[in-house]
Write a protein that binds this ligand. Structure first.
Ligand code: PEP
Length: 261
């Protein structure tokens, strides 16, 4: 059997509660026949949709995650959501350090590290997002930036927690309506840097950590990206927000991998 492929989407600040449930149910219906031993499917809706999502979708088919989380369990943190609160909902994963959190809301690597540790200590899968800006790429320091984001972001994480870490490589210049997708070659090169750094941090066990590519993934580039040896999955924004289109993208990507040899 080929390696397990990861496919997921962050719904950002889009979709009402009703639209989220409708989307999730259609996505499950469409993708049901694909064995979950072969793919891991996850969706990260808005906070306000999460509770309803946990009650209305079969988590054997789709894992649910939160878009952010405070590292404190409770306290004077107006507007924040704690790991204890997310635990009450019974969600599976927490996304940490998405490009928009870092660059629109000014989150730092040190804060992402606190969140990663809090998520892992509450037994969530921590999906740590990393990626260099356009300027950092231009200065030729992408490797250093990614290594810093990993070394600070994962600082103090125990080896026993490695099984609950996922990484998404999302170059800032590739994300969203003004983004340019990374070429498959460039993404593969950066994924290798990431995997090498993870092995430096955790040893060979780090090879279990899935590293997903995200940033303007679309039906045209998904196949080239997913066949790269160091790319374990695709983290898709806009191209995933219609269930039928995401299903099609997943199938085409998976078929390409299955027919590789
Ligand atoms: C994202 O914002 O994480 C993302 C991958 O978005 P898009 O695919 O729309 O570029």
């Amino acid at each position: 059997m080929n390696k397990k492929l990861y496919f997921g989407s962050n719904l950002k600040m889009y979709k009402s509660i009703k639209a989220t449930i409708d989307y999730l149910q259609r996505l499950i219906e469409n993708t049901k026949d694909i064995s979950r031993d072969e793919i891991e499917l996850f969706i990260i809706p808005s906070y306000t949709s999460l509770e309803s999502a946990t009650k209305n979708v079969d988590r054997n088919y789709v894992k649910l995650g939160a878009q952010n989380m405070c590292w404190e369990e409770e306290g004077q943190f107006t507007g924040e959501i704690s790991p204890v609160m997310l635990d009450e909902l019974g969600i599976n994963l927490v996304m940490i350090g998405h490009s928009e959190r870092r660059h629109v809301f000014g989150e730092t690597d040190v804060e992402e590290n606190l969140k990663v540790k809090a998520a892992l200590n509450h037994n969530f899968t921590a999906l740590l997002c990393i990626g260099e800006t356009e300027d950092e790429k231009r200065y030729g320091i992408s490797d250093e930036v990614l290594r810093t984001q990993l070394k600070v972001g994962l600082h103090g994480v125990a080896l026993s927690q490695v099984g609950n870490i996922w990484i998404a490589y999302e170059p800032v210049w590739s994300i969203g309506v003004n983004g340019t997708p990374a070429t498959a070659d460039y993404a593969e090169k950066m994924h290798k840097v990431i995997k090498e750094c993870l092995v430096e941090i955790f040893g060979e066990k780090a090879l279990e950590i899935p590293v997903l590519y995200g940033g303007s993934v679309n039906p045209n580039n998904a196949k080239d990206l997913i066949v790269q040896p160091s790319i374990d999955g695709l983290f898709v924004g806009r191209a995933a927000w219609q269930a039928e289109k995401f299903d099609q993208l997943i199938r085409e990507a998976k078929d390409t991998v299955d027919n590789q040899k």
